[in-house]
Design a protein around this ligand. Structure first.
Ligand code: BTN
Length: 259
């Protein structure tokens, strides 16, 4: 049974059906359950806080009340090989939504693959999960966490919040703006894929054309960030030539003399 809405649902386009909860273990868990139950795409699960929010690479996602935790159930009719690029599209939509929601100019950047940075620190993360059957996915769940009021102190990675930059906004405003932007981008992606959005994404990319170090599983690869391709893969110019990565995490470039 669905929990009663904790606050009135934001008015959004007809593609989206919002479920609002005070607390969940994880909005993405509930969106997956809706997917397993056969619900059509467009379910948006939002919680005021999460007890077991999760991030990429098996990490926990700090989820106190005050931030935005949102997961969307989608059933895109595109090949499974293209699905990774949808997380990049979500990043673009989130960046646009936050620019619209703030009166002041924000120093936002997209960090490949799925992070949104503010002033170089992590403001939001995106988690794309899907079940694949054959070459297609029956459903995917896109989870977004945005630090509106709070951010964790991470030993490995600086994080921030809008509040830390003196910007006050609320879940409702950001949700409406985000779902509006994402609706447009998603329709375009469904029709023609990521190709026409690639340059727009790169224009807002963190450290494009700079030297980077990528953690790919237990491997470290160093190279210059050349581009992202039409599947959203990262192309690095390394000493051994161009290399393509579908997953990984960009870490800072080591000091000279370190490997
Ligand atoms: C990352 O590691 O950067 C991705 C973080 C994704 C967090 C969001 S919060 C809403 C949704 N529910 C979860 O449990 N995780 C995602």
């Amino acid at each position: 049974m669905r929990a009663p809405p904790a606050e009135s649902a934001p008015e959004v386009g007809p593609r989206w059906r919002i479920e609002w909860h005070d607390e969940l273990a994880s909005t993405s868990d509930l969106a997956r359950l809706r997917g397993e139950a056969g619900e059509p795409e467009g379910v948006v699960v939002i919680a005021a806080r999460q007890s077991h929010g999760r991030g990429r690479l098996g990490r926990a996602w700090h989820s106190p009340a005050g931030n935005l935790y949102l997961s969307i159930l989608l059933r895109p009719q595109r090949p499974a090989s293209e699905l990774g690029s949808l997380a990049l599209v979500v990043g673009l939509a989130l960046l646009e939504a936050l620019e619209q929601s703030s009166a002041s100019k924000l120093d936002l950047a997209l960090k490949w693959p799925n992070d949104l940075l503010l002033g170089g620190a992590k403001l939001a993360g995106i988690l794309l999960e899907h079940e694949t059957v054959g070459s297609s996915a029956p459903y995917i769940v896109l989870g977004c966490g945005v630090n509106l009021e709070h951010h964790p102190e991470l030993p490995s990675y600086p994080a921030t919040s809008l509040r830390a930059h003196g910007i006050r906004t609320d879940r409702r405003t950001v949700t409406i703006a985000f779902l509006g932007s994402f609706e447009r981008y998603y329709a375009q992606w469904l029709a023609v894929g990521f190709s026409p959005l690639r340059l727009e994404w790169l224009r807002r990319a963190w450290r494009h054309r700079e030297e980077l170090q990528l953690m790919n599983g237990s491997n470290q690869v160093r190279g210059v960030f050349s581009e992202v391709d039409e599947d959203g893969a990262l192309i690095l110019q390394t000493e051994l030539g161009l290399r393509r990565f579908l997953a990984g995490e960009i870490v800072s470039v080591p000091l000279a003399g370190q490997s």
